[in-house]
Write a new protein. Sequence first.
Lengths: 221, 221, 241, 211, 211
Amino acid sequence: MTGFLQIIRRDLHLAFRQGMDSMMVVMFFVIAVVLFPFGVGPEANILARIAAGVIWVAALLSSMLSLERLFQTDYEDGSLELLTLSPMALEIIVLAKVVAHWLTTGLPLIVAAPLLAVLLNMNAEGFPILILALALGTPSLSLIGAVGAALILGSRRGGVLLALLILPLYIPVLIFGVSAVDAVVGGFEARAQLLILGGFLLGALALSPWAAAAALRQAVE
Amino acid sequence: MTGFLQIIRRDLHLAFRQGMDSMMVVMFFVIAVVLFPFGVGPEANILARIAAGVIWVAALLSSMLSLERLFQTDYEDGSLELLTLSPMALEIIVLAKVVAHWLTTGLPLIVAAPLLAVLLNMNAEGFPILILALALGTPSLSLIGAVGAALILGSRRGGVLLALLILPLYIPVLIFGVSAVDAVVGGFEARAQLLILGGFLLGALALSPWAAAAALRQAVE
Amino acid sequence: MLHRFANPTRFLRFADIIQPWMAVLTVGLGAAGLYLGLFASPADYQQGESVRIMYVHVPAAWMGLFCYMAMAAAAAVGLIWKHPLADLAAKATAPIGAGFTFLALVTGSLWGKPMWGTWWVWDARLTSMLVLLFLYLGYMALINAFDDPTRGIKASSILVLVGVVNVPIIKFSVDWWNTLHQPSSVMRMDGPTIDASMLWPLALMAVAFNTYYVWVMLIRIRTEVAATKVRSLRMKQAHGS
Amino acid sequence: MGEFTGNNLTCVRSERIVFSGLDFTLAGGGALVLVGSNGSGKSSLLRLMAGLLHPASGVIAFDGAETSEDPEAHSGRLHYVGHLDAVKPVLSVSENVAFWASLRSGGGNVPQALSALGINHLADVPGRFLSAGQKRRVNLARIVAAPAPLWLLDEPTTALDKQTIAGLERTIADHRGSGGMVVISTHSDLALDNFQTLDLGHFSAGRTGNP
Amino acid sequence: MGEFTGNNLTCVRSERIVFSGLDFTLAGGGALVLVGSNGSGKSSLLRLMAGLLHPASGVIAFDGAETSEDPEAHSGRLHYVGHLDAVKPVLSVSENVAFWASLRSGGGNVPQALSALGINHLADVPGRFLSAGQKRRVNLARIVAAPAPLWLLDEPTTALDKQTIAGLERTIADHRGSGGMVVISTHSDLALDNFQTLDLGHFSAGRTGNP
Ligand code: HEM
Ligand SMILES: Nc1ncnc2c1ncn2[C@@H]1O[C@H](COP(=O)(O)OP(=O)(O)OP(=O)(O)O)[C@@H](O)[C@H]1O
Ligand SMILES: Nc1ncnc2c1ncn2[C@@H]1O[C@H](COP(=O)(O)OP(=O)(O)OP(=O)(O)O)[C@@H](O)[C@H]1O
Ligand SMILES: [Mg+2]
Ligand SMILES: [Mg+2]
């Protein structure tokens, strides 16, 4: 347990010392969303119609981009070999790193989302459910993404390869995340969608540390 | 001149040996576009309305993702130092690498774009102009992006930082690229937009190798 | 990079003289401008009391643009003549300019709610201000992204020069984009021609914002110089000389 | 202390047999020096011993128990030093060493490790300011800080100056004096007493990569 | 052949003076060996000489002409070997060497360079399958393939086995015999004849980082 906390502490430490790491993910998120009005045009009603979708897609993309470095620096400077050789179970180490990653990147996304919803003219009724859905969905994204991040270690095409591997796995989260918001904006309940998102989270929590640890063992061979 | 061609040859070589590099960029492009129907819902008229914008935004994002590695691997394995120390002007080397990059990533995007336009129900009249606009726009993206890729070498936050630096600079290309397609679909001429895109390309061709070379020189200090 | 080849004492002496004046001017002019703006000037017959936001909003928007230009000029001097103080000035300007830009956006938004009934519209002017904020944020992110501070300064100087070429292009494209999609924009601000009772507070506030900028920039450069000294002292200590 | 053995080991890398039929035995207090020309498999053997690679055939055992049965226990009793130094640029030297020590039971003695490697004056310097040799010393301080019976060192003297190499020789002698074992690959001659040599060239399947 | 000189050089890294007041002169056929403890600035000086770093003050000149005036001409007459080997994993050994040679006028003689370093049997092996020492040899083959009068070598013997080190010594002697110059930083003793030594410890601003 102390090892688990030590790793979280170190990763938070690294993130804060490095200056604005979490800020940057949020800023990418904001910019990706802001690109859409340029592409789609400034009409408020069209933007409002696609707001939830755009915000979720941007959250997916920024989560994916930030995950690329989850194990990369440790891999490049040799720390990953040493973590693999530490007496702790590698699965626990992975979980600690994912928790630290979500705290520094997932949480700020959730905070920034309402602002973007305002920019895109989203119906104000959708705000609380958007936050709730993101709170349930982004940890799943981090967990699933960790598997991808571990798989691409040592490959020469980081970013794009990661995108290919994990974006398809993100699609279910996307579908239910958007449909939760759309349901509430349309005057319905979003209970079912939230339950499903919660179920995804539990599943990811149970499976992905194992998969990621196996991939990491492969990578340091 | 032979050096210029040698570098292009080597980079094409590396891209093809590494298996499916260009494939991967195209696939990211396709997946990013395909996420939208999931996010926005399947209504054909909404999709048609936003098609050009979504395709261009996805092209921007995939160009950006693939640019991250433009100098990265050379930087990490020491090749960049040696390229800087070769008797050729560094500006020429940058240009050669950008040309090779565009051939392996920009060109495939253009080929894939009509397919996605069909998926998003875009008006068929827009297809030729979409291809033309992408042909003029994507080289500018590669050139502008090369500056960003050179600036982030050795920084702690590759992907996300690059996005933050260059996405705002991509906005003019996005605006005119989309508006060219929208104009033709709406029954107007797109001459002015294409001329402006061409102007951007010439400007980027003239300026960005210098800026990128300056950035590279201080990256290897 | 403040080793013994770029001794900052002359600058520090100069700053010692200027800084108190700037502080006094900022407080004095700012107070006068605010008083005139908030109490002495009339409310607008169309916009009511909310017009008073203008006295903060307009100078803030001006300063947002001005600081970017100042930053680019400083970065160019730093790159070409390798003057370390110019580098520090560029670095010190960025957060101030970003702050002004942010202030313009926030006050604009607050103003927009009563005026247009919405916090945000994708108008050309608003949008290019938003992009400007991103340019500032990108600069600040890059300067802090390196382990070696000198490396960060050089990289971000190149970035700001590239950005300065692009600012007019972005501005022009955004104008074009917006007029295309939305020819008659709601928020063309051709309100009542400004009369003297509104012009005076506006001018005072604009000058106060300028002196505030110089004042804070001097403080930031000083802090930066001190931080550099501390760093190099610690390094020297560590390496034992 | 126990006994560390390898029996009839075969190592395959990228579908090519690097070595085969290799045995070794190392008792408490012993030292095994791996020699052999470039590409003969020294680094590969050390990674096998650490459990980072898995042998294509053969058994590695500690105290008679196969190490692959309980990899975490094996990790707990070894320190591995590879080509990379695992020094985080934004953490100070002492934070770097302390983190690795904190993952081991006991937590270790950081200040003492730093002075053993002659870098206590660098304790508060961030990793980014270190030269090649200084980073290597931080990496070595890590293994001194938290004790473990088995040290696996892959060319540990790379980038070290002569004075530090002498210090390292003393540190290794101390470690062995308290019953520790050490396996070292090296191309330069380290002054150790009473060591076994294992020439990888004898086990390589074919040529060894020399002119 | 010309003369390579440095005059009153100061090097600043991360806001700290690494060395100052350093002079050197190297004539055709000469060798300069840089020694000094870890962190004394050997690598930094080599990068200054290559033009990768710029001196905070002082002048580096070749044949009397300042090198910073025409950096491309200076690049054309030097070969630099740093800590990284610039070996592309997907290119074969001979493709790797040939690419670097092709950027130089003349194009160079790749097969001869491979055999000089004893890696001709690896010519078709992709870079990703090489051991540390084999990669280093590929890097050294690159500088043998295309001739240049000035060699700047930063710890070139790292990871090399003894046989290859002896080969390298012969190669350097040949290079010098035909009028070439060489600057080497090293912690181990290379057998060169008739060389100058430059101890960086004398120019560093303070102590040098040893216990
Ligand atoms: C977030 C929203 C807003 C932003 C980003 C914004 C931005 C700007 C900028 C950049 C300027 C300076 C233009 C120049 O001098 O070239 C400006 C001036 C001005 N803005 Fe705003 N604005 C916003 C909202 C508003 C609103 C809601 C109003 C009032 C209805 C308003 C009224 C004015 C006025 C009166 C000026 C001075 C006009 C002039 O200089 O000709 N702004 N604004
Ligand atoms: N990239 C860097 N950025 C900032 N400072 C550095 C960097 N690399 C080295 N230094 C500092 O510069 C000084 C000289 O380093 P350099 O690498 O030249 O030493 P060296 O003599 O090659 O040492 P070694 O024998 O360990 O390789 C050291 O004190 C180090 O802390
Ligand atoms: N990552 C790898 N993937 C595939 N093959 C490898 C890898 N690393 C090394 N090899 C191959 O395995 C063999 C042994 O390599 P190893 O690194 O163990 O040699 P070494 O004895 O440590 O050599 P050196 O003295 O050069 O460090 C070599 O022939 C090499 O080609
Ligand atoms: Mg080895
Ligand atoms: Mg060195």
